[in-house]
Design a protein around this ligand. Structure first.
Ligand code: PLP
Length: 485
C-alpha cells in the first residue's frame, strides 16, 4: 500500500468509523455467533499472494462485525465501561503514525516527556497528593492495565523489603528465605488481579473479610498483620480499593494507612474504575488517606473517555519502582540515560517496548477540558440514579437494591412473590440470562455474600435517558414473565 492508496483507504476507514458510531444504537450489543464461527469463515493459511484492500474491508463487514460485542454501544451496561472517544482514536492514529517505541528517553524524547506532563496534569485533576507528582520524588507512568500496575507495585514492594534485609548483611540464601515469608493482603472484594500478581511474584496472599458494606477496615488488617508477624511471616503489600469490581465499594483507606503505620507494608490503591469520578471535586473525599499510600492507579480507559490502554499509575517514590525494575544491558546504554537528567520509562514497567499512549490522553484532556470530563462522569452517575429510582419507586415489589448505588453502578436482585416457587437467586439468574439472550442490552452479574446480583453500570458517552429507560422496561418485562412462570 503506497501513500496515495493509504490516503484513500484512510479516508474510507474514517467514514466507516463515523457510520459505525452513527448506527451504534441499531446493533444488538451481543453478537449472534457460535464458538468457532470465524474459523469456518476464514482460510486455513495466511494468503500467499497479496489481496486487495476491498476484499479486506468487505470481510470486516461480513465476518468481523457479526462477531463483535459492541462495548461502545449506548446499551452496554456490563462489567465497567471501556470508553472510546474520537480524540482518543485520533491520538492512537498519531501514535501509529510515529510508530516510535519510547522505552528510553532518547528513543523518543517527546514520548517520555509528554507522558510525564500529562500524568502530572491528570494527577492534579483528580486531586492526588502532590507527593505523587514528578517534580518531587514521585511520578506517574502509563501501564497497559490495572493488573500490570498492581504487579509492578507488588514487585517494588517486595524489592523494598529484600533490599532492607540485604542492607543488614543477609546472604543470598537467607534472602531467599525472607522472600518465601512475604505476604500480601487484599479483601475478598479485591480484584483477582492482585491474586494473580502474587502468583506471578511468588508472594503469599490472603483475602481478608470486609464489613457489611464490602469495605476493608483498618482493624481487620491490623489484627491479621500482627498475627502473621508473630508467626514469622513478613507482610509487605496491602491493596486498598476505591470502587471494587463487584459493588464499587470503597475501602477505608485512612484506616488502612493507620493500620500499617510503622511496618514495611506497601499500600497500593486500586481505583481502576472509580478513579475517573475523582475529576469531580464532590468525589475527592474518597482520597482521604491516599496521601499516605505508596502507589495509586486508575484506568482512564474505563470511564474517562480515553481509549484502551491507558492505566495511570503514580508512585510516591519512583526510585523504588525503578530500582526494582531496572536492567541495563550494553545495547540500552546511552549518554542521556547516564546523565541522570531523564526518565526512561522502561524502568517503570514489565515490557521494554511501549507505545506513545500519552498522545491520546493529551488529546482527550484538551478536547473535553476538565469541564467536559466532569459532565461525562456526572451524566453517567445521574443516569444510574435514574435507573435505581425507577426500580425502587415503580417496582419495589419486584426488585431490591443489593447495595447502595455507588458511582454509576446499581446492584439489584429480584424478589420472589408468595406464589413463586423460585428463590431470589434462581429468579435473578434467570432474568439475567434471559435479558442477555435478547442481545439487545448487555448486563453482567456478581455474587454478594450468597446473593446472585445483577450489575447495571452506566458509562458509555452514548448512553442517554431513553437507553436506560428501554433497558429498564426490558428488565421489568422479563422479570414479570419469569415470576409468573
Ligand atoms: N481493579 C478493579 C477494581 C477492576 O474493576 C478491574 C477491572 O474491571 C481491574 C482491577 C482489572 O483491570 P485491568 O483489566 O485494567 O487489569
Amino acid at each position: 500500500m503506497d501513500i496515495e492508496e493509504f490516503r484513500k483507504r484512510g479516508y474510507e476507514a474514517v467514514d466507516r468509523i463515523c457510520k459505525y458510531y452513527k448506527e451504534l444504537d441499531n446493533h444488538n450489543v451481543l453478537p449472534n455467533v457460535r464458538p468457532g464461527y470465524l474459523k469456518e469463515l476464514l482460510p486455513k493459511e495466511a494468503p500467499e499472494e497479496p489481496e486487495s484492500f476491498d476484499a479486506i474491508q468487505s470481510d470486516i463487514e461480513t465476518k468481523i462485525i457479526p462477531g463483535v460485542t459492541h462495548w461502545q454501544s449506548p446499551n452496554f451496561f456490563a462489567f465497567y465501561p471501556a470508553n472510546s472517544s474520537f480524540p482518543g482514536i485520533l491520538g492512537d492514529m498519531y501514535s501509529d503514525m510515529f510508530g516510535c517505541i519510547g522505552f528510553n528517553w532518547i528513543t523518543s524524547p517527546a514520548c517520555t516527556e509528554l507522558e510525564t506532563i500529562v500524568l502530572d496534569w491528570v494527577g492534579k485533576l483528580i486531586g492526588l497528593d502532590k507527593t505523587f507528582l514528578s517534580d518531587g520524588y514521585g511520578g506517574g507512568v502509563i501501564q497497559g492495565t490495572a493488573s500490570e500496575a498492581t504487579l509492578v507495585a507488588l514487585i517494588a514492594a517486595r524489592q523494598r523489603v529484600i533490599d532492607k534485609y540485604k542492607a543488614e548483611g543477609l546472604t543470598e540464601e537467607q534472602l531467599h528465605v525472607i522472600s518465601s515469608r512475604l505476604i500480601a493482603y487484599g479483601s475478598t472484594q479485591t480484584h483477582s488481579c492482585l491474586k494473580k500478581s502474587t502468583m506471578i511474584a511468588n508472594v503469599r496472599f490472603r483475602a481478608l473479610s470486609t464489613d457489611e458494606k464490602f469495605s476493608l477496615r483498618g482493624d481487620t488488617i491490623k489484627r491479621e498483620i500482627e498475627k502473621d508477624i508473630s508467626q514469622g511471616l513478613i507482610p509487605c503489600f496491602l491493596n486498598g480499593t476505591i470502587g471494587t469490581t463487584s459493588s464499587a465499594a470503597v475501602d477505608h483507606i485512612s484506616e488502612l494507612a493507620d493500620a500499617i503505620q510503622g511496618t514495611d507494608v506497601w499500600l497500593h490503591i486500586d481505583a481502576a474504575y472509580a478513579g475517573s469520578a475523582l475529576v469531580c471535586p464532590e468525589y475527592q473525599h474518597y482520597l482521604d488517606g491516599v496521601d499516605r499510600a505508596d502507589s495509586f492507579n486508575f484506568n482512564m480507559h474505563k470511564w474517562l473517555l480515553t481509549n484502551f490502554d491507558t492505566s495511570c499509575l503514580w508512585v510516591k517514590r519512583r526510585k523504588l519502582l525503578i530500582s526494582a525494575l531496572t536492567i541495563t544491558p550494553e545495547f540500552l546504554k546511552n549518554p542521556a540515560s547516564e546523565s541522570g537528567l531523564v526518565l526512561d520509562y522502561r524502568d517503570w514497567q514489565l515490557p521494554l517496548g511501549r507505545r506513545f499512549r500519552s498522545l491520546k490522553i493529551w488529546f482527550v484532556l484538551r478536547t473535553y477540558g476538565a469541564k467536559g470530563l466532569r459532565e461525562h462522569i456526572r451524566k453517567s452517575i445521574s443516569l444510574a440514579k435514574h435507573f435505581q429510582n425507577r426500580l425502587l419507586s415503580e417496582y419495589s415489589d419486584l426488585f431490591a437494591i443489593s447495595t447502595e448505588q455507588a458511582f454509576s453502578l446499581v446492584c439489584f436482585h429480584v424478589i420472589p412473590n408468595v406464589k413463586s416457587r423460585k428463590t431470589s437467586n434462581e429468579l435473578t439468574e434467570e432474568v439475567y440470562n434471559r435479558v442477555n439472550e435478547t442481545q439487545k442490552i448487555y448486563l453482567t452479574h456478581t455474587k454478594l455474600n450468597d446473593q446472585f446480583v445483577i450489575r447495571f453500570v452506566v458509562g458509555s458517552p452514548w448512553t442517554a435517558k431513553e437507553h436506560v429507560d428501554r433497558a429498564f422496561d426490558l428488565i421489568v418485562k422479563i422479570t414479570k414473565e419469569a415470576i409468573s412462570h
